[in-house]
Design a protein around this ligand. Structure first.
Ligand SMILES: NC(=O)c1ccc[n+]([C@@H]2O[C@H](COP(=O)([O-])OP(=O)(O)OC[C@H]3O[C@@H](n4cnc5c(N)ncnc54)[C@H](OP(=O)(O)O)[C@@H]3O)[C@@H](O)[C@H]2O)c1
Length: 254
């Protein structure tokens, strides 16, 4: 395994399970020296990820925050600042559908929560880490979008899908601002990954239908997405800027 991130500090949000947990462990296995890991509610998950990262030779610590609320985002940014650490690699991964809700029942509070968690937090966390990257003339930001950004999402997931479309657009705009400073900004767009996300929001019947419509014949795994994130931060991806890489087994190709 290449250890291309030796000496680097990485911040991964939503690292307590799923894609974020797999990404944190992969970054440690690829040599990252220090991991700042964010979680919201799943303490046993973040404890296990910290243990795996340490086993791979990285220092790791965690910050808890609900990134779906304005106060939670502020507290996260304050605690991040209090670490005094510069971040070389940012993976803006924390996200959720929150709840499936149709137009008629959507409240302004739910709208703000979905947008803050999936979109606004990524922008302001990038704002917090960018000055160090600019000073270092180097840095990597990977935002996590979704296939929903391309297809509008399933029923009751419209605002989540719109937030993820905003993440893809933000990735391009942020890239234009930061690429001249030696910082690469990209995004990944997972299709349907077989993890807690869909255990919460989809039925097995929905997932079987997705598998049947997927050319690769299977749902995605956390590790398949994590490997792409690692690639995007690696020297092998040195001329890739502002892209959103679709990882969906050929499910959606337009
Ligand atoms: N699974 C898929 O099929 C799929 C497809 C496309 C895009 N995505 C995106 O991939 C990213 C990772 O999701 P996943 O699939 O790995 O799902 P997951 O296993 O459910 O993990 C979600 C992560 O986000 C964190 N999170 C959820 N709500 C939060 C909140 N209010 N404040 C702060 N953190 C919160 C969770 O923290 P706790 O567990 O500690 O609460 C957890 O670490 C998300 O942005 C998601 O939208 C997933």
């Amino acid at each position: 395994m290449d250890r291309e991130f030796i000496g680097k500090t990485a911040l991964v949000t939503g690292a307590s399970r799923g894609i974020g947990a797999a990404t944190a462990v992969a970054l440690a296995q690829h040599g990252a020296r220090r991991l700042i890991l964010h979680y919201n509610s799943y303490q046993p998950g973040i404890d296990a990820v910290i243990a795996s990262a340490q086993k791979a030779g990285a220092e790791a610590s965690a910050i808890q925050a609900d990134l779906g609320s304005r106060s939670g985002l502020q507290s996260f940014l304050q605690n991040l600042n209090a670490t005094g650490l510069g971040v070389d690699i940012l993976v803006n991964n924390a996200g959720s559908l929150v709840q499936r809700t149709k137009l008629a029942d959507f409240t302004p509070e739910l709208f703000d929560r979905v947008i803050t968690l999936n979109f606004k937090s990524a922008w302001f966390i990038a704002q917090a880490v960018a000055p160090y990257m600019i000073e270092s003339k180097s840095g990597f930001i990977v935002n996590v979008s979704s296939i929903a950004a391309r297809n509008g999402g399933g029923i009751g997931a419209t605002i989540y899908a719109a937030a993820k479309a905003a993440v893809s657009a933000m990735t391009k705009g942020m890239m234009k601002e930061l690429a001249p400073h030696g910082i690469r900004v990209n995004a990944v767009s997972p299709g349907t990954v077989d993890n807690n996300f869909h255990a919460q929001f989809s039925t097995r019947q929905i997932l079987d239908t997705v598998v049947a419509a997927t050319p690769a014949g299977a749902l995605g795994t956390n590790e398949e997405v994590a490997d792409t994130i690692v690639f995007l931060c690696s020297p092998a991806a040195r001329y890739i800027h502002g892209q959103t890489i679709e990882i969906n087994g050929g499910m959606f190709t337009v």
